[in-house]
Design a protein around this ligand. Structure first.
Ligand code: AMP
Length: 505
């Protein structure tokens, strides 16, 4: 390990320590003096803005408009949906004082904005012709996490988007929630090169007050843990009944219907997921489509023996290379007080997908040397082909990162029917697909039975359900005449579905 450049711990030796090194030394974040709050530096803000742009374009096509609501929520509004309040209660931060005076009516800082937004839905929506109403806001939220915090993955304050929509029919809401989930899948897979499993959350893991929750789940092979990537909640009419959001069906008949609602969100956690998945012991590996700098051009072989003219020619050639790559995010590192070796290390640490080394021999041959960050592979190319080769390599890097992560996920998603093997399989850093009864009691019991304790201390957390995947293969549950296959992995009940169990972030 190169001590100078900060990554002091290997991914395979201490994953968390390694991750903290990567996010700090690759300059994605810095630490605030309040736990769970992080400074997002330009490198990570750039990625977030590309995620934002990509998602925004898609939801605008779906007719979603942007809004902004205040970050404070009153107690009376919070208390309207009891189940919702209960699920966020432990993480709520309250403002109770202003200067030296206690506030008569303390206000909370949004952990999510249903209770801030929905009173306005009730006010704005009059007839079924006002539907669907689709709004989204990009903002920060505050959840006073008591579990261990981790940059991007579990912050107290984090950035996200929250979409809130109201529909006249159940069908329209159900179609939208699936479409949004598919958009999240594409963000993860096509932009961030992170394969995900899409499915439905168990009752225990469903958003407070929702009818059901859909999610995309990613897998981190380094720890064998799952991580919830984004969620889309179908709220049914639960919130509309509590907040009295109803529309007239028809002016003549004077009948009213409660609206059907969805809400959905993806957060800066996504940056943590891609970092954990792709980065290595040399530092950050940025998926190329979101890299702040996609290519860094570095002059090589400038020794004292080179004349001013020779150097000038090399720099002019470098400029020509840069201009030819118009359309990519390209930088040159022309610092003359830093050795090429140190510049290479810097590119590796920062995760720049492609490096272009240009020396005097390359200049003479009208060539450049392209170096991939992910594989370190060098490709000598002719200047005339540079744009095509770079275009190809950017796609190749994306595909290779995705395919590697996908094959890791597939090989570590173990099919299991026997509870006795569960702990062993989990300890080998796998997640599990198993037949399941879909009962909360059973889920809690499995979590308890897979938790490793020493006295009162939890050494390793137990497995919970990540999701009931849409992909229900091997599809044996309903068809099989075999009792064994139909039995739940955790109890004696009949299995109703396949579920993914795993330790998780
Ligand atoms: P939720 O409203 O709880 O469904 O959250 C929406 C999304 O935000 C989740 O799918 C997570 O990916 C993400 N998220 C939840 N809690 C945190 C947190 N403490 N830090 C960062 N992201 C979070």
């Amino acid at each position: 390990m190169d001590q100078k450049f900060g990554i002091k711990t290997r991914k395979e030796d201490n994953f968390t320590e390694w991750f903290l090194n990567v996010v700090k030394y690759s300059e994605l974040i810095d630490y605030h003096n309040i736990r769970g709050c992080y400074i997002m530096r330009p490198a990570s803000m750039y990625i977030w803005n590309l995620i934002k742009e990509s998602f925004d374009n898609k939801i605008k096509e779906l007719g979603v408009d942007e809004c902004y609501f205040p970050m404070l929520v009153s107690k009376s509004h919070l208390e309207k949906e009891k189940e919702h309040l209960e699920s966020f209660d432990p993480e709520l931060a309250w403002i109770t004082k202003c200067g030296n005076s206690e506030l008569q009516n303390p206000v909370a800082i949004r952990p999510t904005s249903e209770t801030i937004i929905y009173p306005f839905f009730a006010k704005w929506l009059k007839t079924h012709r006002d539907l669907p109403l689709k709004i989204n806001q990009w903002c920060n939220v505050l959840r006073w996490e008591v579990k261990s915090t981790l940059p991007f993955i579990r912050g107290r304050e984090f950035l996200w988007q929250e979409g809130h929509t109201a529909h006249y029919t159940k069908k329209s809401a159900e179609e939208e929630v699936r479409e949004i989930l598919e958009t999240y899948r594409k963000i993860y897979e096509d932009l961030l090169a992170v394969p995900v499993i899409a499915g439905v959350k168990s009752k225990e893991e469903t958003f407070g007050g929702a009818e059901y929750t859909l999610s995309v789940e990613a897998f981190i092979p380094g720890t064998g843990k799952g991580v919830q990537g984004a969620t889309a909640h179908n709220l049914g009419q639960n919130f509309s009944k509590m907040f009295d959001i109803k529309v007239s069906d028809d002016v003549a008949s004077e009948t009213f219907s409660y609206v059907y609602q969805n809400c959905w969100g993806i957060s800066t956690r996504s940056i943590g997921v891609l970092t954990m998945l792709h980065s290595d012991n040399k530092g950050f590996v940025s998926p190329p489509r979101v890299a702040h700098t996609q290519l860094m051009i570095i002059p090589c072989g400038i020794t004292k023996s080179k004349t001013e003219d020779e150097k000038k020619n090399l720099y002019e050639y470098i400029e020509k290379v840069k201009v030819s790559l118009n359309g990519f995010r390209v930088k040159t590192d022309l610092r003359d007080n830093v050795t090429p070796g140190n510049k290479f290390n810097n590119c590796e640490l920062k995760g720049i997908p492609l490096r272009i080394d240009v020396g005097f021999k390359d200049l003479k041959n009208n060539e450049v040397c392209l170096v991939r960050r992910d594989t370190c592979k060098k490709i000598q190319i002719n200047f005339n082909n540079i744009k095509d080769v770079v275009t190809n390599e950017i796609n190749n890097i994306h595909n290779d990162l995705f395919n590697k992560a996908k094959s890791d996920l597939e090989s570590r998603l173990v099919y299991l029917e026997d509870f006795d093997k569960m702990l062993d399989v989990l300890n080998k850093k796998n997640i599990i697909k198993a037949p399941w009864c879909n009962e909360t009691k059973c889920e809690i019991s499995i979590k308890e039975r897979t938790t490793i304790r020493e006295g009162d201390l939890i050494i390793t957390q137990g497995a919970k359900t990540l999701c009931i995947p849409f992909d229900q293969s091997p599809n044996l549950i309903e068809n099989s005449s075999s009792d064994k296959i139909c039995k739940c992995i955790g109890c004696d009940r009949k299995a109703k579905c396949y579920v993914i169990f795993g330790r998780s972030y």
